[in-house]
Design a protein around this ligand. Structure first.
Ligand code: AMP
Ligand code: ZN
Length: 472
């Protein structure tokens, strides 16, 4: 069992279209950037599939001994945000704060690890303006009607991520919108002049706001350096967003922007991408209201390997809940039943084989389905052995260890506490402490308190009159 060398950790790289062994460039630290949410609404479970994939990726990198420096952006300025904010007569900041908090709550509910840095686009406008000036100086831009565009024909590598030949495109055709399809490869906007009474920032490149693509290039390089180890997002970001990020970053640095590009497939409903525009979406909150606990949702999102489409159904969600029950029951049986002394050697080997296959499956481009299969086959065999009186007390520790290994990644065995043991007075006192922390600009502490309350089933809502709270 232990005598053949382990295959290295490897990922499918969209850039090279190959599965490649992965190790970070420097030290033991994986420098990773993932595109975060556009905070104009609640995220749906399609978005959350992508963020869950990134959580599994984070956790597995840690199990394999790496530290993470993971940056995720919050897109808090963008066309839809501006449209919605103005419809509600709110400032961009007021409008996005609610959905940013909701995102943090939803991802915490799904037990997604917080990236080391969560950064907002609007906190980096001067950095973006400087990058646009760099691109201007290097001759990659032109102006039209007060907006600044990136001239894609200037960048020879344009198309290398999406594997498209764009050499025949019409020079000078341009778009203002951030999303468009491959058939319409266009010069894209870096800095957008305000129309009518749209909000804008004053800057050395004129009044306006940044395009979506420049935000990610700038924040990624600011915190992680010129070459990232991993850049990840959903498949819909390959083109144009990530292609444009490469064009911007590499034009400035002349270095490869990211070594590994990882893209997760869609979560679909009836063969259609779940999306806000199609109206076929569920938020985490919708599913919670329908009575589903976070664990089966997390399990369902994690159980399909990230490069396969995930077809969302309620049957699938119920099957996920059953799978978790099976594992929890097995664990309970290990912890509470009595077994004869001694060790069943055959079962020891069986456990080792399962643990090995579990790890090998995740090393293989995060094949979660295969990892789960190895665990469930083991649980079936162990249950059979228990029923037949062949399971021994000495087999308990390795069985629990395997469950632990599983739960370090999947994190579904602990039930979410829906009933808070926290008294109203304790909640009030934590909220007061949080308000003080915010006043002192100790935001990490304030976030920690919010999380602590959330873990206890308390939902906070910040209002002008202070924080309001309710039990989940
Ligand atoms: P957005 O807030 O639209 O920028 O999307 C946030 C993330 O969710 C991006 O990485 C998208 O690629 C991803 N995403 C959007 N829709 C889906 C879907 N139906 N399934 C999986 N990922 C998605
Ligand atoms: Zn991005």
């Amino acid at each position: 069992m232990k005598n053949h060398p382990r295959m290295p950790l490897r990922f499918y790289n969209t850039l090279t279209q190959q599965v490649e062994p992965f190790a970070p460039l420097h030290d033991n630290i994986v420098r990773m950037y993932t595109c975060g949410p556009t905070v104009y609404n609640y995220v749906h479970i399609g978005n959350l599939r992508t963020f869950t994939f990134q959580d599994i990726l984070r956790r597995w990198l840690q199990v394999r001994g790496y530290q993470l420096d993971h940056v995720m952006n919050i897109t808090d300025v963008e066309d839809k945000i501006i449209r919605n904010a103005s419809a509600e007569h709110k400032s961009i900041a007021e409008y996005t704060e609610k959905y940013t908090q909701a995102f943090l709550e939803d991802t915490a509910t799904l037990r997604l690890q917080r990236p080391e840095r969560l950064v907002k686009a609007t906190d980096h406008i001067p950095d973006m303006v400087r990058a646009i000036q760099d691109l201007e100086r290097l001759g990659y831009t032109y102006q039209s009607d007060g907006s600044i565009y990136y001239r894609i024909s200037k960048f020879p590598g344009y198309g290398k991520l999406s594997h498209n030949d764009f050499s025949g495109i019409r020079a000078g055709a341009r778009v203002d919108v951030d999303e468009y399809d491959k058939a319409n490869a266009r010069d894209f906007v870096l800095w957008k002049a305000p129309k009518n009474d749209e909000p804008f920032w004053d800057s050395p490149v004129g009044p306006g706001r940044p395009g979506w693509h420049i935000e990610c290039s700038v924040m990624a390089m600011k915190y992680l350096g010129e070459t990232l180890d991993i850049h990840a997002g959903g498949v819909d970001l390959v083109f144009p967003h990530h292609e444009n990020e490469i064009a911007q970053s590499e034009a400035i640095t002349s270095k490869p922007f990211a070594r590994f590009w990882l893209h997760s497939e869609f979560l679909n409903v009836e063969a259609q991408k779940m999306s806000k525009s199609a109206g076929n979406f569920y938020t985490l909150r919708d599913l919670r209201e329908l009575g589903y606990a976070p664990e089966p949702i997390r399990y369902l999102l994690a159980s399909v390997p990230y490069r396969k489409k995930l077809n969302f159904t309620f049957d699938g969600l119920k099957a996920a809940a059953t799978a978790i029950d099976r594992l929890r029951n097995f664990k309970l049986r290990l912890e509470t039943d009595r077994y004869p002394e001694g060790t069943n050697e055959k079962l020891v080997q069986r456990t080792e084989a399962a643990a090995q296959r579990f790890g090998e499956s995740l090393d293989d481009d995060l094949n979660t389905a295969e990892a789960l299969a190895s665990l469930f086959e083991y649980v079936r065999d162990a249950n059979t052995a228990m029923d037949a009186g062949e399971f021994r007390a000495g087999n308990i520790p390795s069985a629990l260890e395997l469950l632990d290994e599983f739960d370090r990644i999947f994190d579904v065995l602990r039930p979410s506490s829906s009933e808070a043991g926290t008294t109203d007075a304790q909640v009030e006192s934590l909220i007061a402490e949080r308000a003080q922390a915010k006043k002192n600009r100790e935001f990490a502490r304030a976030d920690q308190i919010r999380q602590q309350l959330l873990d206890a089933g308390i939902i906070l809502e910040d209002t002008k009159e202070g924080a309001r709270w309710k039990r989940k």
